[in-house]
Write a protein that binds this ligand. Structure first.
Ligand code: DLL
Length: 430
């Protein structure tokens, strides 16, 4: 099912022509209206006339998160402030956040892209979407909300937390789909298990749209098995509207990135050089339709790979692979670089383990992995526990070449956060 068949299945050549035209418009507009880009263009000796093909995008300067913070709160506005109708900020963990402005058209476009995503997954008018993301400055809930309304779904603005109430809403309003972070989806699965609720028999859930933080294929399968639904990976970032940038189709193999709205590049995170399709690197995005705050070559810091092969679903917009991690989340212990997801993928593949974990780094690169046991994961025999511990440590060593200490803790004892999960506690820098 398509929301906009013509655009979603557009021939590549036509799509690229459209991209070039939109890129040229965007560049011209920022060159006329945004002092930040005027200065960057001048410093690079670039003028909008230099942009003759899509490959010329490489002549444009990058924009970084630091640039957005430095221009807070005015932002990189390309329209008079009066034309902005909505403000979101990004989740800034330190210092000032990034201020992101939307015009009325930007709000409509964001909803339009979500509508494409939802219909692609099989949603239609009549579906009931329980939106378990945080409403507020975070884009996650509001952008999804407007898009789902556009499709004609009944949207329940539940917000996160309070699992008893989530369950009541699901039962009373026959929720068919949820929108949640992977960590909350796992937490809710635990909650149902403890309450003895069988979602397959007692709930009407069929789909979950899961994103806003990195998670692994093993985690997806765990959520699917526990909640009896299909999980669609959803990728986005506040700087690019929020959710709705890239989304899985029913093939569940990579996420179609809406290339009529975003120009996609993969670069080497250190050199900035382009990386060919099929190879891993940092995702860089340029907005092609944003009115209030266009961004050129935004460094997302997210590490992924373009899957260049055509997709069986018929959509021509290229897919990106599940995010492997953020370049700024990369950990280094004993000289080895790794992403938390490499550990997650081992833990979530072991049925004896539960759904929450924490990676602790301290002292001289001591790596400890704390992980909850599954409710039914431990039969009380200490030697079984010891065997499990060394199996985990060995698997992690085989993956990372660093042997961690493994702490097995009872279910429900590790901290949970309402927003994005904190999987790493790095005490080395404290
Ligand atoms: O998290 C937007 C969003 C909301 C996406 C709801 C999907 C669902 P930010 O708070 O700006 O925006 O965080 C963006 O979160 O750069 C990635 O590092 C990470 N992220 C988002 N989706 C995924 C995903 C929203 N599916 C940052 N897989 C991004 C992995 C993700 N990481």
């Amino acid at each position: 099912m398509y929301w906009n068949r013509e655009i979603e299945t557009m021939e590549r050549a036509a799509l690229e022509t459209l991209q070039l035209q939109r890129l040229q418009d965007t560049v011209l507009r920022v060159a006329q209206r945004v002092p930040f880009y005027q200065e960057r263009f001048a410093a690079a000796g670039f003028t909008p006339d230099d942009l003759r093909s899509l490959a010329d995008v490489r002549r444009l300067p990058f924009t970084t998160g630091a640039d957005l913070r430095a221009t807070y709160p005015a932002g990189l506005l390309a329209v008079p402030l009066d034309d902005a109708v909505r403000l979101h900020t990004s989740s800034g963990t330190t210092g000032k956040p990034k201020a992101l402005y939307f015009s009325r058209q930007d709000v409509d476009h964001a909803a339009e892209l979500i509508a494409r995503c939802l219909v692609m997954s099989g949603m239609h008018a009549g579906d009931v979407l329980q939106n378990i993301m945080t409403y507020g400055l975070f884009t996650g809930a509001l952008v999804m909300h407007y898009g789902a309304e556009k499709v004609g779904c009944l949207v329940i603005p539940a917000g996160p937390g309070n699992s008893e109430r989530q369950l009541m809403l699901m039962q009373d309003f026959r929720t068919t789909a949820i929108h949640a972070t992977p960590s909350y989806a796992l937490y809710f699965a635990d909650f149902l298990e403890k309450k003895g609720v069988d979602p397959r028999k007692e709930l009407s859930l069929r789909r979950a749209f899961v994103g806003a933080e990195p998670y692994t294929e093993e985690t997806r399968r765990k959520i699917e098995a526990a909640l009896g639904l299909q999980v669609f990976n959803s990728y986005g970032l506040s700087e690019m509207n929020g959710p709705g940038v890239a989304f899985e189709c029913p093939q569940q193999h990579g996420m179609h990135l809406w290339e009529d709205h975003f120009l996609l590049e993969i670069i080497h995170p250190e050199t900035g050089d382009p990386v060919p399709d099929g190879e891993q690197g940092e995702l860089v995005l340029t907005t092609l339709c944003r009115e209030a705050m266009p961004l050129l070559r935004y460094r997302t810091r997210d590490i992924t790979t373009v899957l260049p092969e055509p997709c069986a679903c018929g959509r021509t917009h290229r897919r990106i692979q599940r995010i492997a991690g953020r370049s700024d989340d990369m950990l280094i212990a004993r000289g080895v670089n790794f992403y938390p997801q490499q550990i997650e993928s081992i833990l979530m593949g072991m049925p004896a383990l539960g759904r929450n974990y924490l990676i602790v780094l301290e002292g001289l690169d001591e790596l400890t992995v704390k992980v909850e046991l599954a409710e039914a994961g431990f039969d009380g025999q200490v030697e079984h526990l010891a065997r499990l511990q060394s199996r985990i440590a060995d698997s992690i060593r085989a993956e990372l070449l660093v042997k961690p200490k493994v702490d097995l803790v009872p279910p429900g004892t590790l901290p949970v956060s309402e927003g994005k999960a904190k999987r790493v506690l790095d005490k080395r820098s404290l």
